[in-house]
Design a protein around this ligand. Structure first.
Ligand SMILES: NC(=O)C1=CN([C@@H]2O[C@H](COP(=O)(O)OP(=O)(O)OC[C@H]3O[C@@H](n4cnc5c(N)ncnc54)[C@H](O)[C@@H]3O)[C@@H](O)[C@H]2O)[C@H](O)CC1
Ligand code: K
Length: 486
């Protein structure tokens, strides 16, 4: 069922044609998760750029080529381009030891092995006079091709030196002589007035130029759809100088006289990610909560009913994210509470809605808010009656062998996890993980990463213990998964 739904959704949800640098980074890293090494993508990128330059040389003739390279992977693309071109001058705008990544370093090393044969020349231009000497050389030429492999999707903020000087000077040279052709790799560096940009895989939101060529470099569609460690690497990082409460505050509202374990599992899972986690539940549940890290709110009665709405809406104001439904019970009391609470809660409050809460919502008149995340299993999903021709703004996680995570603009599939996770409680743990992430991240990313972390924890346990691990084992594994990929 889930794979069938996934295929339907990939047809219904329009594929993004323009993506942000952050989305590209997730795709890049998920390529690696799928077994495609970045250096392969860099090789293909270099080949694309050198092919484009060969076309340009047909028009311009055999003119000198200068490749300005930064210390990141954009520079790495420049090194690969140089090797494919065979004859050019590579200007590294920084020290070799500052080349940031393995892929770029490897390509630089190969270039160095070629320099003694005279076709490839490398200049380390770190100081202004070295850079100006090269720029003056270009300025005195009638024709030349300049490749901008300085900065790509890794650019942050205002252009720092020496890139500012290089861009300013190249623009000046370009204004004086249009036979100096400038080709930008992936993204124009700053406000460089490039003649053409060759961008990889998809146009980026930061591309300015219209004269842009999009080149495939071997990234499969699956890298856009499969949840991998690329999603985890995109999660907000914990600020080392942060204070208690700044890394997420989560309130779990659940439990009843029948079910006490569900909200506690959700709370303990959330506690691995957020730094303040509370549980609001009836007295039978609260008295079973012995973990001193979990703050509790004791509610009257055997079930959380309408009489608790105002109090819990008020308490919710102190939390970044609410996890609602675990062990609530399904009856008129909880039905009245859930519908009244979701209607009355602040419009922008982040809520993860699970299990019994899903079962008691009156969907006829329900508003699927963007800041709601639903985590149904198959039967609950069917009960929700989601209209696939009018997808909701809310994010929905359809759990299963393959988790399908979607909303009206996105769809992804998570394949971590195993049949050992059919034990009771894993759904509550998933909610807690998603709630803990959602406190500090946006909905779709939190839902994707929650599924990945929950399943990957189960996969680690399968290797260690076989199928006979417990929900508490999964909770204890959460930090290991984050440490592996976070
Ligand atoms: N997306 C793909 O499939 C592929 C992309 N490739 C290329 O990789 C770059 C992105 O590389 P990355 O290392 O993330 O960043 P950059 O090279 O763009 O720059 C990082 C480098 O620059 C410094 N820096 C950042 N901001 C500034 C600034 N404002 N001023 C000065 N310096 C800055 C930062 O400190 C880093 O050192 C992508 O564009 C593609 O070209 C892969 O090679 C192929 C696959
Ligand atoms: K560039």
């Amino acid at each position: 069922m889930n794979l069938k739904l996934f295929k339907i959704l990939t047809k219904k949800i329009k594929e993004k044609e323009i993506i942000s640098p952050k989305e590209m980074e997730i795709i890049d890293n998920n390529c690696e998760y799928l077994g495609i090494p970045k250096i392969l993508l860099m090789e293909n990128a270099g080949k694309c750029v050198s092919d484009e330059i060969d076309n340009l040389r047909v028009e311009l003739g055999d003119v000198p080529i200068f490749i300005f390279c930064g210390t990141g992977n954009n520079g790495g693309d420049g090194f690969a381009t140089a090797r494919h071109l065979g004859k050019c001058k590579v200007i590294l705008l920084g020290k070799e030891e500052n080349i940031k990544t393995y892929e770029a370093r490897e390509n630089f090393k190969i270039l160095k092995n070629l320099t003694e044969f005279g076709n490839i020349e490398i200049k380390n231009a770190t100081y202004p006079n070295e850079i100006l000497e090269i720029l003056n050389e270009i300025e005195n030429l009638d024709k030349a091709i300049v490749v901008d492999a300085m900065l790509g999707t890794g650019i942050r903020g205002e252009l720092r030196e020496p890139y500012g000087t290089v861009v300013e000077k190249l623009n000046k040279i370009k204004r004086k002589n249009d036979n100096i052709k400038i080709i930008s790799v992936d993204v124009e560096t700053g406000n460089l007035n490039a003649d053409k940009v060759i961008t990889f895989h998809k146009r980026k939101t930061i591309n300015k130029l219209n004269n842009l060529i999009v080149k495939p470099i071997g990234i499969p569609k699956e890298a856009e759809y499969v949840v991998g460690w690329g999603d985890l690497k995109a999660l907000s990082k914990r600020d080392p100088n942060s204070h208690k409460g700044e890394n997420g505050k989560v309130l779990v509202i659940g439990g009843s006289k029948e079910f006490f374990g569900a909200p506690i599992l959700a709370g303990l899972a959330a506690l691995k990610l957020a730094d303040i986690v509370s549980i609001a539940s009836v007295k039978d549940v609260v008295k079973k909560i012995t973990n001193p890290e979990l703050i509790t709110y004791k509610l009257k009665g055997d079930y959380i009913g309408e009489k608790c709405i105002d109090k819990l809406i008020e308490i919710s104001k102190k939390y970044d994210c609410i996890v609602l439904g675990n062990g609530l019970g399904v009856n008129e009391e909880t039905k009245g509470f859930v519908n009244g609470f979701l209607e009355g809660i602040d419009k922008d409050k982040k809520v993860v809605i699970d299990a019994d809460a899903i079962k008691v919502i009156d969907y006829e008149k329900f508003e699927f808010r963007e800041n709601f995340i639903f985590t149904p299993h198959r039967r609950e999903f069917e009960y929700m009656g989601v209209n696939l021709d009018n997808l909701p703004s809310s994010t929905i996680v359809l759990k299963g062998k393959y988790d399908i995570i979607f909303n009206k603009n996105n769809v992804k599939i998570n394949k971590t996890g195993n049949s050992g996770m059919t034990i009771g409680g894993t759904g509550d743990i998933l909610c807690g993980i998603i709630g803990g992430l959602y406190a500090k991240n946006e909905a779709f990313l939190s839902a994707c990463c929650g599924c990945f972390i929950n399943g990957y924890a189960g996969d680690l346990l399968l290797k260690e213990k076989g199928y006979y691990y417990t929900p508490m084992d999964i909770i204890e594994k959460i930090p290991h998964v984050l440490k592996l990929f976070g």
